[in-house]
Design a binder for this molecule. Structure first.
Ligand SMILES: C[S@@+](CC[C@H](N)C(=O)[O-])C[C@H]1O[C@@H](n2cnc3c(N)ncnc32)[C@H](O)[C@@H]1O
Length: 275
């Protein structure tokens, strides 16, 4: 017979994540492709007074955003670029094939983002700080030059960035999701180079997990540094979209608006748009 304690334990185990696939866990923990796609639409329309059609998702990983983009409108087209063949294969099986006939409007390219310039597109996205892989201004500027030459005349480039004084600290930030906790670990930020190591761990509710599911060796760039590299690459306008605050919870409200001055805070995550 089960004791209450054992039953409790089993119930706890049953509340683990619905999947233990590390790509799916990553998507659930850190990605909001529908919110991103709506943001691209809103910003592109505010600049060009028309709707964007073509998206290039640089550093696409599992191409979740590309899949969302073609699902969003019948004439949308997406190109995803990533160096990692096995991740792209996972993307084809899990995110692109399930699109059915819409899958024909997604192209996945296994290559360095600095090499893919065709076809030109309306929006290029580099999300989840992936460009932090480029540690020197020359390398970052070279990447931005590729981006610029891959944009249509009215095209925009959207990237995200994080900062604040907590971004400089060794820490493990934990976020609860259904069945698992997503842990973001920062380690050993060297103030001389602003380089550090960042890990993603997944801890399953009820036991187990995946330590170091993903590890990144990055340079933490600041907004003015990114702006300088974008301008060096030929972008004329660089806007920052900052998240508003919900007055009830004092937390971010998910609405990003163009700003030029904000109050600093311990940790922030914001979008930069260049065109
Ligand atoms: C942090 S993940 C980002 C995944 C996804 N874009 C997102 O928003 O969560 C970084 C991805 O960039 C890819 N990557 C790293 N350097 C690259 C390069 N030079 N060219 C293309 N892909 C690269 C890696 O293979 C990895 O899939």
């Amino acid at each position: 017979m089960q004791t209450a304690k054992k039953r409790g334990k089993n119930q706890e185990r049953r509340t683990g994540p619905e999947t233990r696939d590390l790509h799916r866990l990553y998507e659930m923990a850190v990605q909001s492709p529908d919110v991103n796609a709506d943001f691209f639409d809103r910003v592109y329309r505010s600049i060009n007074d028309k709707t964007p059609k073509t998206l290039k998702e640089d550093f696409c990983g599992t191409a979740l955003l590309s899949a969302e983009w073609v699902r969003k409108r019948k004439d949308n087209i997406a190109i995803g670029v990533d160096l990692d063949g096995p991740t792209l294969q996972w993307a084809r099986e899990h995110n692109i094939a399930p699109l059915g006939e819409d899958a024909s409007r997604v192209q996945l390219v296994e290559d360095d983002v600095r090499k893919v310039t065709k076809p030109k597109v309306d929006v290029i996205a580099a999300l989840n700080f992936s460009y932090f892989i480029f540690k020197q201004p020359d390398a970052l500027t070279e990447y931005y030059k590729t981006v610029r030459s891959s944009l249509n005349k009215d095209g925009i480039f959207v990237m995200d960035i994080f900062g604040g004084w907590e971004a400089q600290m060794d820490l493990v930030d934990k976020t609860k999701n259904e069945g698992f906790t997503y842990e973001w670990e920062q380690k050993g930020i060297n103030p001389i180079t602003n380089e550090g190591i960042f890990h993603i761990h997944f801890k399953f509710h009820g036991g187990g997990g995946i330590k170091k599911a993903f590890t990144y060796d990055w340079r933490l760039w600041s907004i003015p540094e990114v702006q300088q590299c974008l301008e060096a690459a030929g972008f004329k306008t660089v806007d920052v979209y900052w998240e508003g605050i919900d007055s009830d919870t004092d937390e971010g409200n998910g609405v990003f608006r163009k700003v030029t001055k904000v109050e600093n805070c311990p940790g922030w995550h914001t979008f930069i748009v260049a065109y």
